[in-house]
Design a protein around this ligand. Structure first.
Ligand code: PGA
Length: 269
């Protein structure tokens, strides 16, 4: 087996640049490879002029190569929804970081509440995955969030320790490769509604302050919101302090709706 790219030490990493707004979607377990091709073809022209923000899609594993084929050379990056912490070996059904890096993935999501629920993922396993993601020069999208609606102060009390445990695999000098997705579990999925923008702003400002203090380059990490985002609320969420971007689930399964969310005005521009 030939692995075409090799891991680098943090000093050899390509520069990532200042903190930019970032809006993306995970398709979760939706869209066949054929459907993914149609999605990418529809999305591309709708967002081609959005050069002031980072955009990404996270297809299921079988469709990542389609995203690479249809999105290479565009302003839409692609990535994966999970990764195994080992680089290779006897792990039936799993996918490693070098495999994803070889497919041009820029982002890899870890710790989504559905994976914690369905696969028993612990913060320590998430930390090991982040270590692999960063070692292979990709960025980790780390999902954290409280399970029940608690209000901002209690939510922070619950999620900051989880964040600390999950960042054990984050090498010093690599926080520009971290995106923290604040995803209150109660605000995700069918029948849910997004958390109130004021509460999101309060929680994310708390995460921001924590990251700024956590590491010398903690300010380089971005903090985004996910949970029932749609085009009606996207602008209000982006206007909140501490919100660097949005992470969209079911509404973004329609490329036209995702493009509308991606076009939401940014307070900083
Ligand atoms: P949703 O999913 O937008 O469908 O609520 C959000 C997420 O899980 O990131």
């Amino acid at each position: 087996m030939t692995i075409v790219s090799t891991p680098r030490t943090p000093d050899e990493r390509a520069p990532v640049g200042p903190r930019r707004s970032i809006i993306g979607t995970s398709w979760k377990m939706n869209l066949t490879s054929t459907e993914a091709g149609g999605y990418c073809d529809a999305l591309r022209p709708l967002v081609a002029d959005l050069l002031d923000r980072d955009l990404f899609v996270l297809p299921p594993f079988p469709a990542i190569w389609i995203a690479r084929e249809r999105l290479s050379g565009t302003n839409v990056a692609w990535g994966a929804q999970d990764v195994h912490p080992e680089d290779g070996g006897a792990h039936t059904g799993d996918v490693s970081a070098p495999m994803l890096a070889d497919l041009g993935c820029r982002y890899v999501e870890v710790g989504h509440s559905e994976r914690r629920r369905d696969h028993g993922e612990t913060p320590e396993l998430v930390a090991a995955k982040i270590e692999a993601i960063v070692r292979w020069e990709m960025s980790a999208i780390l999902c954290v969030g409280e399970t029940r609606r608690l209000g901002p102060a209690a939510a922070l009390e619950q999620l900051l320790p989880d964040l600390e445990r999950s960042l054990g695999g984050m090498p010093a000098g690599s926080f520009d490769r971290l995106v923290v997705a604040y995803e209150p579990v109660w605000a995700i999925g069918d029948g849910a509604v997004a958390a109130p923008p004021d509460d999101v702003g309060a929680v994310q400002s708390g995460i921001r302050a924590w990251l700024d203090a956590r590491a010398p380059d903690g300010s380089a990490a971005r903090v985004i919101y996910g949970g029932s985002v749609d085009e009606a609320i996207a602008g209000q969420l982006l206007a909140q302090p501490g919100v660097d971007g949005l992470f969209v689930g079911r509404r973004a399964l329609d490329p036209v709706a995702f493009a509308a969310i991606a076009r939401a005005p940014l307070p900083r521009t």
